[in-house]
Design a protein around this ligand. Structure first.
Ligand code: NAP
Ligand code: GDD
Length: 362
């Protein structure tokens, strides 16, 4: 019999890729979506509008991680073999503004789900928890592994830390097949526009095409280990196929600053930058424009023009300065390894955003 998966956060970046992967493997997929005043299914519309799939092997249900009785009902009705808990208030900066809600969803939401599994009596179900490299926060080791102590630096990180430990506790206390994927940053053309990678690739495209003049960023010195989301979503599935429930780091093993991300992105379009000033006075200025496959339609762009500025309003009260992951365990036990590294990731994202902006004009 084909497996049945239940995905929370199916409308998000990872949820959409994971759905495609599981459908490809022959799963039936049930997804939980939130009621929204505007369309929130853009990332899965191609599946939702496919009559071969929707209503046959893909089903969507309204729900929310803050609604316990809803989770109970859905589990009773669907009886999934595998659950992927990807739903979260996932923005670190926003978590400083809405810490209570972030904890309700990211920490207690995980507990509600685990408890609903016990109440409904789904003894055989396998549970994947979207854990995060934000747990390492003020990193205690370089690189970070499954054994590195945690030191979260935001309400988001702290809420996810609760999620991490409640998974470990339910695994040990009730023998539940529950695993944490400690995933480092992973990006794609489907990444939300307010995360820094997508903010940069989208803005660079808009600047090149003459829609925007400048990109305003926060901390350019932060270093992240950025990978390609579809590969990490395949990793989630692999974690649940491993015979023993365990926690795994998934990362690329490379780290780069936000400044490097911006420099490479503009460079991909043929806009080579140099930097001037420090901290909030730092600016990215055009050094030269060179020919690439992308057409720079904005004729105002020339040597000396400033295209990047820093604004302290994007700084976080406490920052995570450096993340770099060691994925040896995932490689050895699961055979998981990332193929797309930093340069390639930027190429994929800029190609997509340039095309989108060119076609739609936004
Ligand atoms: P995302 O694009 O922000 O998607 C989050 C999803 O959660 C969306 O479908 C959202 O619904 C849903 N959601 C939010 N609050 C909810 C609630 N109260 N009840 C039900 N659903 C809710 O995030 P992502 O990048 O795909 O990340 C997926 C998961 O992995 C998240 O848990 C994130 O914290 C974690 N993670 C991400 C990364 C990364 O680099 N991407 C790294 C480590 C861990 P709407 O579409 O309606 O907003
Ligand atoms: N969002 C944003 N916007 N970040 C900026 C900006 C800006 O204008 N300027 C600089 N940054 C810096 C942030 O301060 C941070 O150090 C870094 O860029 C990355 O920020 P985000 O892209 O927002 O991602 P994140 O690392 O905070 O969190 C993402 O990755 C985590 C895994 O490590 C999210 O996907 C989390 O959900 C995920 O757990």
């Amino acid at each position: 019999m084909n497996k049945k998966a239940l995905i929370t956060g199916i409308t998000g970046q990872d949820g959409s890729y994971l759905t495609e992967i599981l459908l490809d493997k022959g799963y039936t997929v049930h997804g939980i979506i939130r009621r929204s005043s505007s369309f929130n299914t853009g990332r899965i519309d191609h599946l939702y509008n496919n009559q071969e799939i929707y209503g046959k092997r893909l089903f969507l249900h309204y729900g929310d991680l803050v609604d316990t009785s809803n989770l109970n009902r859905l589990l009773e009705k669907i009886e999934p073999d595998e659950i992927y808990n990807l739903a979260a208030q996932s923005h670190v900066k926003v978590s400083f503004e809405i810490p209570d809600y972030t904890a309700q969803v990211d920490a207690l939401g995980t507990l509600r789900f685990l408890d609903a599994i016990r109440e409904v009596g789904l003894k055989q179900v396998k549970f994947y928890q979207a854990s995060t490299s934000e747990l390492y926060g003020k990193a205690q080791d370089i690189p970070q592994t499954e054994k590195t102590p945690f030191y979260p630096r935001s309400p988001y990180g702290v809420a996810k830390l609760y999620g991490y430990w409640i998974i470990v506790n339910y695994r040990e206390a009730y023998n539940l097949f529950a695993c944490n994927g400690i995933l480092f940053n992973h990006e794609s053309p489907r990444r939300g526009e307010t995360f820094v990678s997508r903010k940069i690739t989208r803005a660079a495209s808009r600047i090149a095409l003459g829609i925007d003049e400048k990109l305003i960023l926060g901390n350019l010195n932060a270093k992240r280990d950025w990978g390609y989301a579809p590969e990490y979503c395949e990793g989630m599935r692999m974690i649940l196929q491993h015979p023993i429930p365990e926690d795994f780091v998934m990362a690329t093993g490379e780290t780069h600053t936000v400044r490097e991300f911006a420099e490479l992105t503009f460079g991909e379009l043929g806009i080579n930058l140099e930097w001037d000033g420090k901290d909030e006075r730092e600016r990215g200025i055009i050094k030269e424009i060179v020919k690439t496959k992308y057409d720079i339609k904005n004729k105002k762009l020339k040597q000396g023009v400033c295209v990047i500025e820093v604004d302290g309003r994007y700084y976080r009260p406490t920052e995570v300065d450096l993340l770099i992951g060691d994925y040896t365990k995932a490689k050895n036990l699961l055979g998981w390894e990332p193929k797309v590294k930093f340069d390639e990731l930027i190429k994929i994202m800029i190609e997509s955003d340039y095309e989108k902006v060119l076609k739609r004009g936004f």
